[in-house]
Design a protein around this ligand. Structure first.
Ligand code: ADP
Ligand code: GLC
Length: 478
């Protein structure tokens, strides 16, 4: 099969969160199963790439009344073709989705152009049997294939899978977007692109794709409820028969304490001794006092409402009274950044924070911390808790979405209700359990030996791809 992924991030080219990790690993896992796999993504200013080849010059990209031209660069990594769409007026600027002043005002144009470029790539460079679209940024592809491209012989049998990585970001834009992007007005209806008088890229992907997936089974159920549906739950219930949850895998070539190039030393489930050296190095790096016996809680996160870090602020005084150190890395909303800065200034021996994005430090926190905290309001999958399991860093998580599907009471600590009391209860349990080294060791080992490698997830996606191919074949034979 020939599968073309369309996404706004992929490791190692561009990353703000877990979406990039998925696009760095899933295509490779599918290629290893024997498929031809390619990925289309924008060539942002920050994309540094060696060995790329320009494979198409001046691809016309028409967005309403505007004509852009894009050059397409190709680079091959581990059997996967990455097509980088080079369109400087849209992508050559600092930031992926926005800058310090907020989201870019032309994001609808930038990502409509990405979809148009993907169509051009499918026309000229990579004939796809199946398009695999990720999140709202690629949401217009399916509606496009079913409207203005519906009669194009090249795309008659094209099938689309749409994966929701985060329903909290829907790509909803004003009604004038129909004209601005030159969309077929026939598809701007309540059962189509229209969502509360706006054009919704996410809804377009859900409605018109042949199958919709999200990144954990629990999240697939949650998004069909009013509480977690972000207003899109009705649409998802209407399309429930084509919605499934496939848990993300993780890339153990990048995230394993045995091979991690970023950490002070290596360790493994059969020889855990190196973990203490990683803890000492982390405390030194973060300017916290050396203390082998005191547990360290790690946090690595986008600072967004989703992540529930405001609860940490609510229980900060209690935390400061405990025998514990907290190490946080992240950036995002100003209130959370300020909260962590204040905590670090008020309790310098207990809290240490780095505001920013630092890949190496995120690995050192996974290795050096004893526990890892994710008190998310919602979490489609979450990858850091799965990395933590592999690093013997016991996760303390809210039982939601993929967190509930990957952590259990033998590998970590879970709390149900989104409240400061419930979080404090789980933390108190973890801190009380820590001094019992034998039992703690068992918990670490239980987590380290869980297997969340991509292979199982890639096979699940492949079944889905094949199911849709079969539909095509039977349609053809009848
Ligand atoms: P989300 O995609 O919602 O941000 P995930 O847990 O799926 O959450 O993935 C987050 C990914 O981004 C992980 O690989 C994590 O290590 C990384 N990450 C998040 N914030 C930072 C940061 N400040 N510095 C380095 N890596 C980060
Ligand atoms: C999103 C989600 C996260 C998930 C990631 C990759 O950013 O917030 O939970 O792990 O996508 O699917």
């Amino acid at each position: 099969m020939r599968i073309l992924h369309i996404a706004s991030e992929a490791t190692p080219f561009a990353k703000t969160g877990g979406l990039a990790d998925v696009l760095g690993a899933l295509p490779r896992a599918c290629a290893a199963l024997g498929d031809d796999v390619a990925v289309v993504l924008p060539k942002y200013a920050s994309v540094k790439v060696e060995g790329a080849r320009r494979v198409w010059h001046s691809l016309p990209v028409t967005i309403g009344a505007h004509l852009y031209t894009a050059n397409i660069d190709e680079v091959i990594l581990d059997e996967v073709l990455y097509f980088l769409v080079d369109c400087p007026p849209l992508y050559n600027r600092p930031g992926i989705y926005g800058d310090a002043t907020g989201s870019f005002p032309d994001n609808h144009i930038r990502f409509a152009a990405l979809t148009q470029a993907a169509v051009g790539i499918a026309r000229h460079l990579f004939r796809a049997d199946l398009f695999h679209c990720h999140d709202w940024q690629s949401g217009l592809l399916a509606p496009l294939l079913k409207s203005s491209l519906a009669m194009d012989p090249l795309f008659l049998h094209a099938r689309t899978i749409f994966t929701i990585h985060n329903l909290g970001y829907q790509g909803n834009f004003g009604a004038e977007t129909v004209t601005e992007l030159g969309l077929d007005p026939m598809i701007y209806t309540p059962s189509g692109l229209e969502f509360w008088n706006q054009v919704s890229f996410m809804k377009g992907g859900i409605v018109w794709s042949d199958a919709v997936t999200t990144v954990s089974p629990t999240y697939a159920r949650e998004i069909q409820t009013a509480e977690q549906g972000f207003g899109m739950d009705g649409v998802l219930r209407d399309h429930a028969n084509k919605l499934t949850g496939i848990l993300n895998g993780v890339d153990y070539a990048i995230w394993s304490p045995e091979v991690d190039p970023h950490t002070a030393t290596h360790y493994s489930v059969s020889d855990l001794s190196g973990k203490l050296a990683c803890k000492r190095a982390l405390l030194a790096e973060m300017g916290l006092p050396a203390n082998d016996a005191r547990p360290v809680i790690g946090i690595v996160s986008r600072f967004a409402e989703q992540k529930g870090l405001d609860l940490v602020g609510t229980i900060a005084e209690w935390l400061a009274e405990q025998d514990v150190a907290i190490v946080a890395l992240g950036s995002g909303d100003a209130a959370t950044e300020a909260m962590f800065r204040t905590l670090a200034a008020t309790y310098p021996h207990k809290f240490a924070v780095r505001i920013g994005y630092d890949d190496g430090l995120s690995h050192r926190i996974e290795a050096g911390a004893d526990m890892f905290l994710m008190p998310s309001r919602y979490e489609p999958c979450g990858l850091n808790q799965i990395y933590s399991l592999r690093y013997g860093t016991v996760p303390i998580v809210r039982a939601t979405g993929g967190l509930a599907d990957t952590v259990d009471s033998s590998t970590g600590f879970l709390f149900e209700e989104f409240s400061a009391e419930a979080l404090q209860g789980a933390l108190a349990d973890a801190l009380a359990a820590f001094p019992n080294r034998a039992a703690w060791n068992d918990r670490m080992v239980a987590g380290m030996t869980r297997d969340f490698s991509w292979n199982a997830s890639a096979l699940a996606y492949r079944d889905l791809y094949l199911a849709h191919r079969t539909v095509t074949d039977s349609t053809e034979s009848t």
